[in-house]
Design a protein. Structure first.
Length: 177
């Protein structure tokens, strides 16, 4: 039994495959694992396969094909490579701290400050100064001058109208002329 515990996972898989009298090509065809990867598994050349996650997947598929318990095969692999504790304890590294560009922060601050000053200036201009009166246009000055100084003829006509209205009673109807 001591010899069986020291048997590598690759040797174990090769013996099981040879017991069933199956070639690597037949296994590759059914499992869709390349012949080279199967040979690497049987030779315990796990470095040939790019990552441990692929090794575990290939071992699981190969064990299923051979009718073996995949958990047992993976446990042999873990004990052989001592990856199980490392995988369980390993956490992904924290992301590297972002380098912040001080120029960006400065420009952002100045932009916000400039916008604040512009808004404050606009608000101050809008609320503090009443709208300035427009200079009178030439047509307005003619109207003002004619209305401020009535001509003698217009004054006489206005006086006649006022006198006539004073003599009338509110119930009197205007007469047709």
């Amino acid at each position: 039994m001591n010899g069986e515990k020291k048997e590598t996972v690759g040797l174990f898989l090769r013996k099981e495959r040879e017991k069933k009298n199956v070639s690597l090509d037949a296994v590759a065809k059914v499992t869709r694992i390349t012949r080279e990867n199967l040979a690497a598994l049987e030779n315990d050349d796990f470095q040939f396969i790019s990552a441990p996650v692929f090794v575990r997947g290939f071992l699981r598929n190969y064990a299923n094909y051979l009718g073996l318990d995949p958990k047992e095969v993976i446990a042999r692999y873990d004990s052989q490579t001592e990856l199980l504790p490392a995988i369980q304890d390993q956490e992904p590294p924290p992301p590297p701290p972002r380098e912040e560009n001080p120029l960006f922060k400065t420009l952002l601050f100045l932009s916000i400050l400039l916008a604040g000053v512009a808004i404050s200036f606009w608000y101050y201009q809008k609320t503090s100064a009443p709208p300035s009166p427009l200079p009178p246009s030439p047509s307005d000055s003619r109207i003002q001058s004619s209305s401020s100084k009535p001509t003698p003829q217009k004054q006489k006509a206005a006086n006649r109208v006022l006198r006539a209205e004073k003599g009338k009673k509110p119930t009197d109807k205007p007469q047709a002329s």
